[in-house]
Design a protein around this ligand. Structure first.
Ligand SMILES: Cc1cc2nc3c(=O)[nH]c(=O)nc-3n(C[C@H](O)[C@H](O)[C@H](O)COP(=O)(O)OP(=O)(O)OC[C@H]3O[C@@H](n4cnc5c(N)ncnc54)[C@H](O)[C@@H]3O)c2cc1C
Length: 455
């Protein structure tokens, strides 16, 4: 069985790894456009700093990534985020306000802890807090179709709750338009809680005896030498297979019993089975001739861009630094940045002795990153006394990288799946379908591989 995988990010590599593990006879061939594998996951080692150009953490409540690390012999490299600094702030009108913890894990947390957190947060006005108290009396929505996140939270808990507690968090993950994100695809537990209990507060109360699991397993982990170690291990384990770098696929054609793949350099490759694990807009281009309908549906999944600005300082050049993981920035502030991670506070060993590393995340490609960063730094209370420029300043831009799971995403997925049934042996993997995180991508690769071997 000859299987061709297009795209060597974590989705494509996971598909290849799973195929190798479960189908020893499969002849795996992977084609990657860039000169390196890993896609958005890349760690740089520079002057003693460990720099993540894209993702920086794995979430423990979706264990696929941690499981894969363990399977590849990386157990001793897994590091938790530093518990003492586990505080996040919210940057609003020039002030850093503590961001209440645990809103997104409320269904696993004790009821009274959640209520106390909400009652104490300065991010909600007294009226905003009263509005939460009305939630159990608001009748549940009767329709079974999807709903936009903005509408769902405003309806149940008030607009202020959405603007100050939900939107900043979602924009740090999904960038772009948080108002129209799909509840069914992005926050399915909240959607299901309303359906089952008629109220979110009642759903949390129904779980009142649960002990918070987040106390045992840290919610975020990383790898001692950066997430690039996961890619290195995966690539090493795939050594026996053919992997071509620096080759770009432009189109796919049908052949009897398989497919012919056209490369930009004019080469043609034939394969019985095809797994396309490229970013969704690229997948849409590749499928344009083979299936215009599937291609159009894929192209309709919008993707926002992202930039990561990494700064390294000598600690003596900084004034006081808060002991926190960083802060979210209100989208109302109109800054290009949505979040700041104080990487040295979050992970051990990210900077050499006496140095400090942090990163800013923007949901756009910055025209003049240095200017935007300097202007932003001046607004931050704890940076007001910066003595010198950062000694490390790196910008990594990721165009069209974050697929936006808009309302009815699930329906679109069904339509795409239906269109693809016309093409036996062709499967998709990636971050645009069943989740955007690294664990979701690993699972999408595994699922594509499983379907491939049962074809
Ligand atoms: C700034 C940033 C921060 C993030 N933070 C986190 C985080 O902390 N935790 C988390 O879980 N997730 C995070 N994510 C999301 C996560 O990193 C991505 O969703 C995931 O890495 C995507 O993997 P992928 O393999 O699907 O796609 P990609 O990594 O984009 O891989 C696709 C591959 O296909 C190749 N390709 C493209 N076109 C062609 C072609 N024509 N022919 C051949 N090959 C082609 C590309 O070169 C690329 O290598 C973050 C993402 C970004 C951008």
């Amino acid at each position: 069985m000859k299987i061709l995988i297009i795209g060597g990010g974590i989705s494509g590599l996971s598909a290849a790894y799973h195929l190798q593990k479960t189908k020893a006879s499969a002849q795996i061939y992977l084609i990657e456009k860039e000169k390196r594998l890993g896609g958005k996951i890349e760690t740089l080692h520079q002057d003693g700093y460990i720099i993540e150009t894209g993702p920086e953490s794995l979430v423990s409540y979706k264990p696929a990534a941690i499981n894969l690390c363990q399977e590849l012999g990386l157990s001793s490299e897994i590091i938790p985020s530093i518990p003492e600094n586990r505080k996040t702030f919210f940057f609003l009108k020039g002030n850093l306000i503590p961001f209440p913890e645990g809103i997104f894990s409320a269904f696993q947390a004790p009821f009274f802890r959640t209520v106390k957190t909400l009652a104490q947060t300065p991010l909600l006005s007294p009226l905003g807090k009263l509005r939460i108290g009305l939630e159990p009396f608001i009748p549940p929505r009767q329709e079974d179709d999807d709903e936009a996140a903005g509408s769902f939270f405003s309806r149940r808990l008030g607009r202020e709750f959405f603007n100050h507690l939900i939107a900043p968090f979602l924009s740090g993950i999904y960038g772009g338009d948080t108002e129209n994100l799909s509840m069914k695809s992005v926050l399915p537990t909240f959607y299901a809680a309303e359906k089952k209990y008629g109220s979110l507060l009642k759903a949390i109360l129904a779980n009142k005896n649960k002990k918070s699991s987040s106390q045992q397993i840290p919610p975020f982990v990383s790898l001692k030498n950066g997430l690039g170690s996961l890619i290195d291990k995966l690539v090493k384990s795939l050594q026996k297979n053919r992997i071509d770098l620096g080759k770009s696929v432009v189109a796919v054609k049908n052949l009897p019993g398989g497919y012919q793949v056209l490369l930009e350099n004019g080469e043609r490759v034939e394969s019985e089975i095809l797994i396309i694990a490229t970013p969704v807009q690229k997948t849409a281009d590749i499928l344009k001739d083979l299936d215009p309908e599937a291609s159009k549906l894929l192209s309709e999944i919008p993707s926002s861009s992202a930039s990561v600005v990494t700064l390294g300082f000598d600690q003596n050049d900084l004034s006081t630094l808060s002991n926190s993981y960083g802060f979210l920035i209100s989208p109302e502030e109109k800054f290009p940045f949505l979040a700041c991670t104080m990487s040295s506070n979050k992970w051990e060993g990210r900077a050499p002795e006496g140095k400090f590393i942090m990163r800013f995340y923007a949901n756009t490609i910055l025209d003049d990153p240095e200017k935007s960063t300097n202007e932003f730094l001046k607004q931050l209370p704890f940076f007001s006394k910066i003595k010198k420029k950062p000694e490390l300043f790196l910008v990594h831009s990721h165009p069209n990288v974050m697929p936006e799971y808009r309302v009815s995403h699930e329906k679109k997925m069904e339509q795409i799946q239906r269109a693809l049934t016309r093409h036996p042996g062709l499967f998709l993997a990636g971050n645009a379908y069943q989740g955007i995180g690294i664990s979701d991508c690993i699972l999408s690769g595994v699922k594509a591989a499983e379907k491939a071997v049962t074809t």
